[in-house]
Ligand binder design. Structure first.
Ligand code: PRP
Ligand code: MN
Ligand code: MG
Length: 182
């Protein structure tokens, strides 16, 4: 699988270091609270599993899955909830855990949807962001790395469903793309 990789953009050691820092900040900021971590399926599974173990507080986890807007609906930012939370988040301190923010439309939709449920607080933690691709403003409290506008895979991120299990954040070889990346 690493044979399909052109370049390692962020090595797993750097990722683990960053995840420790983010977990440490969350631990400080939520002293005396019991946050609910909300992972966005499926890309956030790996960062969720790692970051929750760096948070030294009682906490709970939940997951949500939304449809990725196809190319036709990109501008509208309309996203559908495919799997909703199991927990009632009213009065809870919610931290959304994401692998990457690209246009920001997914998180913009999710934060709007979750705010209507009256959490005590709602913050975003994202491992990666591509600032040059942003279409909507987002207030991101916990951020790992800013990356250039390159298609990245690994550590939860996929190309056509594959490569999520690579330990590093990588750039694929151009010849791997046989169609339009999804
Ligand atoms: C990717 C990524 C984020 C979202 C970011 O998810 O994991 O959730 O896109 O894009 P945006 O900021 O432009 O909305 P994807 O829809 O590929 O689903 P996946 O997590 O299951 O791979
Ligand atoms: Mn995702
Ligand atoms: Mg994806």
């Amino acid at each position: 699988m690493m044979g399909d990789v052109a370049e390692i953009l962020i090595h797993s050691d750097q990722i683990q270091q960053k995840v420790r820092e983010l977990g440490g900040q969350i631990t400080e900021d939520y002293q005396g609270k019991r946050p609910l971590l909300v992972g966005i399926l499926r890309g956030a599974t790996i960062v969720m599993a790692d970051i929750m173990r760096q948070i030294d507080l009682p906490c709970e986890i939940d997951f949500m899955e939304v449809s990725s807007y196809g190319s036709g609906t990109t501008s509208s930012g309309v996203v559908r909830i495919l799997k909703d939370l199991e927990e009632d988040i009213s009065g809870r301190h919610v931290i959304i855990i994401e692998d990457i923010i690209d246009t920001g439309l997914t998180l913009s939709y999710i934060t709007r949807a979750l705010r209507t449920r009256r959490p005590a607080s709602l913050e975003i933690c994202a491992l990666l962001t591509k600032p040059s691709r942003r279409k909507v403003d987002l207030d991101v409290r916990y951020l790992g790395f800013e990356i250039p506008d390159e298609f990245v895979i690994g550590y939860g991120l996929d190309y056509a469903g594959s490569y999520r299990n690579l330990p590093h954040i990588c750039v694929l070889k151009p010849e791997v793309f046989q169609g339009t990346p999804t």
